[in-house]
Design a protein around this ligand. Structure first.
Ligand SMILES: [Zn+2]
Ligand SMILES: [Zn+2]
Length: 149
């Protein structure tokens, strides 16, 4: 997945006022390469694979700097206690998580918009958001799992 060039129709670094360093650009390319959030360690390993000379604490620091500028955002998902990072595309996203191999897939749509509206009506709250993770066993893990569990 690392050999597919990321779409660069807009430059989030430029928009955020951050300097477009080679390392930041490389990190963003990794985040854009998979349709899923990455742990800092995974970003680091992918950079190593791509021969980018960087160390883990620099990866952490760059991710945090870009998070402060809303270029990336942190997410956590059920069953994975690591902090994950993803490009902040300013879209609303839910994830499907495999509890065994920790694979994470985005779910195409949000089923809760009308639910939010009815909660708002019932409670007079101004609803600001919600979280929903769906978890289970992916098709690969269903095959490897012991039948008696
Ligand atoms: Zn799985
Ligand atoms: Zn939603």
């Amino acid at each position: 997945m690392a050999n597919k060039p990321a779409p660069t129709h807009l430059d989030p670094l430029k928009q955020s006022g951050l300097k477009n360093t080679r390392q930041r650009k490389a990190i963003l390319d990794i985040l854009a390469s998979g349709n899923q959030p990455f742990a800092a360690e995974d970003v680091y390993l992918s950079l190593k694979q791509n021969q980018v000379d960087i160390n883990l604490s620099t990866v952490y620091r760059s991710l945090e700097t870009m998070r402060e500028k809303n270029v990336v955002r942190k997410v956590s998902v059920a069953g994975d206690n690591r902090m994950l990072y993803e490009l902040n595309l300013h879209t609303h996203q839910h994830y499907l998580v495999c509890v065994q191999c920790k694979k994470i897939c985005p779910v195409g749509h949000c089923p809760l918009e009308s639910f939010e509206k009815s909660v708002a009506q019932e409670t007079n709250y101004t609803i600001m958001g919600h979280r929903l993770d769906i978890y289970g066993l992916c098709p690969d893990c269903q095959q490897t799992r012991q039948p008696d569990r």
